[in-house]
Design a binder for this molecule. Structure first.
Ligand code: COA
Length: 171
């Protein structure tokens, strides 16, 4: 049998994605990804660093070839101990369409379930079809219901911000 040249065999698949909790030094990438999405509200760089420090257990990043290419920032609602609130989800444009966002959400729900977080909430602007499709697919994949309510109307905001509808997954 011809010997196999092991140097030619990659140790990780080219599209391998590592899902892990964010650390403080991921904050810069979170800020950059949010900025480059041109869709998300861009928070201060300080907010992303602080998020990575204080809400790491309820957030997640996706890493490809050692670079963070996507994130979800989330927190446990103080008044609803079983609810994971997903604040922002974003994936670098060149990495979209590979189920990275879907897998981040699924992994995050799996990781936070032992903390007692069994429901998920998020808000979505009515014209964000990608985000609506993402959370609808999440509910379908997990076999749980998804419902929508009005949360914030445009006139709740001071700056012409769009409405934000509240989506509940698993409630
Ligand atoms: C929304 C976003 C996170 C999706 O990331 P992604 O990794 O490409 O998404 P996935 O490949 O995991 O797709 C998950 C589901 O959403 C659907 N979807 C993703 N992008 C879509 C789009 N632009 N239009 C319609 N459906 C879309 C997929 O078809 C899939 O559904 P399916 O399983 O029924 O086929 C990404 O487009 C993004 O970063 N957008 C800018 C920021 C944003 O809008 N964030 C959401 C608001 S917080």
């Amino acid at each position: 049998m011809k010997p196999v040249d092991t140097r030619a065999i990659p140790t990780t698949a080219p599209d391998a994605v590592l899902f892990r909790s964010p650390q403080i030094d991921d904050g810069v990438r979170l800020w950059e990804i949010a900025r480059d999405s041109k869709v998300l509200d861009l928070n201060s760089s300080y907010a992303y660093l602080l998020w990575c420090r204080d809400f790491s257990a309820t957030s997640i990043v996706a890493e490809v070839d050692g670079r963070v290419v996507g994130f979800i920032s989330g927190y446990s609602r103080p008044s609803e101990a079983q609810t994971l609130f997903v604040w922002q989800v974003a994936v670098d444009e060149e990495q979209r369409g590979k189920a990275i966002a879907a897998r981040m959400l699924d992994t995050l729900m799996d990781r936070t379930a032992p903390l007692g977080l069994t429901c998920l909430e998020t808000t979505i602007s009515p014209d964000n079809t990608a985000s609506i499709a993402l959370f609808t697919a999440l509910a379908r994949g997990r076999g749980v219901p998804i419902s929508k309510q009005t949360l914030f109307a445009p006139n709740d905001f001071p700056d012409g911000h769009e409405a934000e509808d509240l989506f509940l997954v698993g409630a």
